[in-house]
Design a protein around this ligand. Structure first.
Ligand SMILES: O=C(O)[C@H](O)[C@@H](O)[C@H](O)[C@H](O)COP(=O)(O)O
Length: 622
């Protein structure tokens, strides 16, 4: 099957748009390779420091031999269930590396927030910017110039994008993400949400709610819904940066361990001193980025990836925008219904075919660049294979099979929807993204009077007071990157869900984010320009009729044009002090829009690189 013409033309325009920035990026990576972080350039003193704590055998290898040394960047902490298993990984990975004549060191650590823990709390305001902190921490670890390949240990929301953004600035090195797998299914996600709504309605007490929450979140491993963490895994496979079919092998199983071992062995092979070097800068190219967007649309992934993919791409000198997402969404069918888009979780999705089947279907329909480079030997086609445990306890692969359950996963010829799961909505209120895959057909158009809020707490109080017991478009402003750092507002979903279930037409419109776990409530998020910089959302007044229509792609205030033009934007109140939020003032000050990736770090980096221009030598050597 030849490549879909829209996929082809979107890719061409991304290549054209990114010409200068990508060239500069690749030149800089070439400079890194020739003059930058490399063990051969370290002095004896540098080296002695770096190996002082290594075992005697490793010392010999690291100082005198030409064997590959892997740098592990870990985001381990044992409060975050998905990352808890990483505590055991480095020691195991060192053993796996030695098996193939290599060494491994922990290059550094980076913080990992759990958005489940901070949801609805002040700490959530740090969440998006923690991605930049992670990227910078990754760079700090890798700056020690000891490494021939990079193993990135991270899973959850901001962590994978942050690790990639940091590692891509060391893109002369080969790199790989190594996941640790989902927890076993606990209380079904749909049931968890039902119990939460009962609590909001006062029908059950805190004890019963706590019981349900703990039955849902019950062990180590990644949360089982298809939220941001699991969309990260999908993205990493579609980018060709993870071992094929490594995303959803359950945590703490023998197959998971065999996969970690296979990942380390392959990373040694693709390392700069290995037999098949594959620098990250070459793997993450324009085609790989387009593949990741196609994967997002086909699976109905997290809206957070409309921010993360532009940011990761930008770290590799590639510029993508929401027009690209929208055009791809128009030709990529929705193949998956995984919670919050359907009742089943990622474990079930994996059982019925999982990502290998999705990739096989999309490739067969000409919707993926099969020639995009990957860390796996034979490119993207390798990702259309299922990983199994072989007799010798090594991972073996077999071709993906068609889905065994068409309620969860379908083929490209009989999709759930002919278009992708995320839509771009725009109009006189700006533009934002909308997760249509999770919304019932009869709610795709909502026209109702606005109620404007400046905080989640105010929305919840209004709901409690019965003020939202009607058709309403809840507009929450001041939640963008420059406002308060762009928190997720997922905590509003039980309250709004209660009103929706009573038959009211309810929608949410905000310049903030929603969790990848947010489902049935129609929501336009990341609306820009944000209210803090005078964007149109700041002009909405209580009672304005707002039209949110995913069928026509419209986001409008049905207000007389003259009256609209004459309105002064409201300046949102800023709650930015306390819980360390004041430390992030610098980031709020310069943060670019969500569509540009909302990374203050990359924004300032681009500004500086623009000044340096093509003369990388001059900019870094003088
Ligand atoms: O997927 C995401 O985008 C999240 O940030 C995710 O981490 C989620 O918000 C929490 O885990 C809460 O999950 P609940 O749906 O159980 O509240």
């Amino acid at each position: 099957m030849s490549l879909n013409s829209v996929v082809e033309s979107v890719t061409s325009r991304i290549i054209e748009r990114s010409k200068t920035s990508r060239r500069r990026y690749l030149t800089l990576m070439e400079r890194n390779r020739e003059k930058g972080a490399d063990r051969s350039r370290l002095t004896c003193g540098n080296l002695a420091h770096a190996v002082a704590a290594s075992s005697a055998a490793d010392k010999q290898e690291l100082v005198f031999e030409q064997r590959p040394n892997l740098g592990i960047v870990t985001t381990y902490n044992d409060m975050l269930s998905a990352h808890e298993p990483y505590g055991r990984y480095p020691e195991q990975m060192k053993i796996f590396a030695r098996e193939v004549g290599a060494t491994a060191q922990v290059a550094g650590g980076a913080p990992a927030m759990c958005d489940g823990v901070t949801q609805g709390q002040e700490g959530m305001d740090l969440s998006l910017f923690s991605r930049d902190v992670i990227a910078q921490s990754t760079a700090v670890g890798l700056s020690h110039a000891m490494y021939d390949g990079v193993a990135l240990l991270g899973i959850c929301d901001k962590i994978v994008p942050g690790l990639l953004m940091g590692a891509l600035r060391f893109g002369h090195l080969p790199g790989m993400l190594i996941p640790s797998g989902p927890m076993t299914s606990g209380l079904p996600n749909k049931e968890k949400v039902r119990v939460r709504q009962l609590y909001v309605q006062g029908k059950i007490g805190k004890d019963e709610l706590m019981k349900a929450e703990m039955a849902s979140y019950h062990s180590e491993g990644t949360c089982t819904f298809y939220g941001t963490a699991n969309t990260n895994q999908m993205m990493a496979e579609f980018l060709g940066l993870m071992m094929p079919d490594s995303s959803f092998i359950p945590v703490d199983t023998s197959l998971r361990q065999a996969m970690t071992r296979a990942s380390v062995h392959r990373l040694v092979e693709i390392s700069t001193k290995g037999k098949d070097p594959r620098p990250m800068a070459e793997v993450v190219n324009e085609k790989a980025i387009v593949n990741a967007i196609v994967g997002l649309m086909a699976t109905g992934g997290s809206t957070n990836h409309t921010i993360h993919i532009p940011a990761v791409a930008r770290a590799a000198g590639i510029i993508v925008n929401w027009e690209d997402f929208s055009d791809l969404s128009a030709v990529v069918p929705t193949l998956c219904k995984v919670y919050p888009s359907g009742p089943s979780d990622v474990n079930k999705f994996n059982e019925v075919g999982g990502l290998p089947t999705v990739i096989a279907e999309l490739s067969g329909a000409g919707l993926l660049h099969r020639d995009a480079p990957t860390i796996s030997e034979n490119g993207l086609d390798d990702y259309a294979r299922r990983a199994l445990m072989g007799n010798d306890k090594n991972v073996v692969y077999t071709p993906a099979k068609p889905s065994s359950d068409l309620e969860i996963l379908r083929g490209a010829k009989e999709p759930f929807h002919p278009v992708g799961g995320i839509q771009l909505l725009q109009g006189n209120l700006g533009r934002g993204v909308y997760k249509s895959s999770a919304v019932a057909d009869n709610l795709l158009t909502i026209e109702a009077p606005a109620r404007v809020f400046q905080s989640q707490t105010a929305v919840k109080e209004a709901q409690k007071a019965g003020e939202l017991h009607r058709d309403v478009v809840v507009v929450v402003i001041g939640q963008g990157p420059r406002g308060n750092g762009m928190p997720e507002l997922h905590n509003l979903i039980p309250s709004l869900g209660v009103e929706l279930d009573q038959g009211f037409k309810v929608a949410l419109v905000t310049d903030g984010r929603l969790s990848g776990a947010s489902g049935k409530v129609p929501a336009v998020v990341h609306v820009g320009p944000e209210a803090q910089v005078g964007g149109p959302l700041a002009k909405v007044r209580d009672g304005d009729i707002i039209r949110v229509c995913a069928r026509t792609g419209k986001l409008e205030a049905l207000v007389d044009e003259k009256e609209w033009a004459a309105r002064t934007p409201t300046k949102p109140h800023r709650a930015t002090a306390g819980t360390g939020r004041e430390l992030f003032a610098l980031m709020r000050e310069v943060a670019p829009s969500a569509e540009e990736g909302a990374s203050p770090m990359l924004f300032m980096m681009d500004r500086e690189l623009e000044e340096i221009g093509d003369d990388v030598e001059k900019g870094t050597e003088v």
